[in-house]
Design a protein around this ligand. Structure first.
Ligand SMILES: Cc1cc2nc3c(=O)[nH]c(=O)nc-3n(C[C@H](O)[C@H](O)[C@H](O)COP(=O)(O)OP(=O)(O)OC[C@H]3O[C@@H](n4cnc5c(N)ncnc54)[C@H](O)[C@@H]3O)c2cc1C
Ligand code: FES
Length: 293
């Protein structure tokens, strides 16, 4: 065999290319609010559909793209305990999301991931959990909430406090109202304003719901806040007032991203890559890394 023939015969081992997205079909979509839409998608490759949807952590995100339009990160709002599909809540803000809002069921999008560190579910076992969401922050928090409820016996008390601007702007409103009926965890909802006067629950900013948080073992509690950064200071103050240790307080942060995997440098803050060291950070990280919030 000539050297040329040998080279041609030589097989290069096939390697997964992390930049290559997988095609996925939109199987369900509906409006959650006037500018946020729910998308349920399934990878076309059946093997990968099961593999990818069981091997991620709540709090991780996927890079979603439409060829010729763009790519952006979106938090997975479904839970790996309910495999087969990925769910996203997407706010229409720019080029990619506007195109996505034009798409119909059975249209294709492209996904790669999952990326990011996710919530520390491995440290949450047997702890009390206090989740606080504001606005679109309910998207990543729904994932960890469903996860905790599907493994209910593995955790202590669970509180979920969620605030939206108005009842019409509350994501998964009916789902959370139904959850209020459950007696194995506490779900409290509030709105900043109730223009129609028909909202039967609390009115006021999300911190007003802390009055319902009773009987938690503060030193043994993991607290998570997700929402607009402006609410973090007030919510963190409430966590600290309850006596929750700083190292048990987590928050998600957003930065513009390109690669999602620590290569392009787009998301760097201080010495951290938001795409691999985040998007979930501890209060300790936020205090010690300048400009993280
Ligand atoms: C880890 C992570 C998770 C995210 N999860 C969600 C989610 O679950 N649902 C959702 O709707 N969005 C989410 N986002 C934000 C989403 O990726 C951006 O809104 C995305 O850029 C929209 O793409 P576009 O082409 O439609 O808008 P673009 O044309 O890219 O931008 C539209 C506007 O939004 C601004 N913008 C874009 N990205 C960001 C950002 N990260 N932070 C602040 N401003 C930004 C731009 O400067 C511009 O003003 C997430 C972002 C990150 C980093
Ligand atoms: S998005 Fe490229 S390094 Fe984080």
């Amino acid at each position: 065999m000539s050297p040329r023939e040998e080279i041609l015969k030589c097989e290069i081992p096939e390697k997964e290319n992390p930049y290559l997205p997988e095609r996925a079909r939109i199987i369900r979509k509906y409006d959650l609010t006037s500018d946020v839409r729910f998308f349920q998608v399934r990878l076309c490759n059946q093997t990968k559909a099961m593999e990818w949807t069981t091997k991620y952590k709540p709090g991780q995100f996927m890079m979603l793209s439409i060829p010729g339009v763009g790519e952006a990160p979106f938090s997975i709002t479904s839970s790996p305990t309910r495999p087969g599909i990925f769910e996203f809540c997407i706010r229409k803000v720019g080029k990619l999301t506007s195109k996505l809002f034009e798409m119909k069921e059975n249209d294709f999008v492209w996904l790669r991931g999952p990326f990011g560190n996710g919530f520390p579910v491995e440290k949450m076992g047997e702890k009390d959990l206090l989740f606080v969401a504001g606005g679109l922050g309910a998207a990543p928090l729904r994932s960890v909430l469903l996860y905790a409820l599907d493994f209910r016996e593995a955790f202590g008390k669970i509180y979920y406090l969620y605030g939206a601007k108005t009842p019409d702007e509350m994501l998964f409103k009916n789902e959370f109202i139904d959850m209020k009926e459950r007696d194995d965890f506490d779900c409290y909802l509030t709105v900043d304003k109730d223009p129609d006067g028909n909202w039967p629950y609390d009115v006021g900013v999300v911190t007003t719901l802390f009055k319902y948080v009773k009987d938690i073992d503060a030193k043994n509690t993991v607290a998570v806040v997700c929402g607009p950064p402006v609410m973090y200071k007030y919510v963190v103050d409430e966590f600290l007032k309850l006596g929750i240790p700083e190292e048990n307080i987590y928050m998600t942060l957003e930065r513009k991203m390109k690669c999602g995997m620590g290569k392009c440098g787009q998301c760097v803050v201080g010495h951290k890559y938001t795409c691999i060291d985040g998007p979930v950070f501890t209060l300790w990280d936020v205090k010690t890394i300048r400009n993280l919030i």
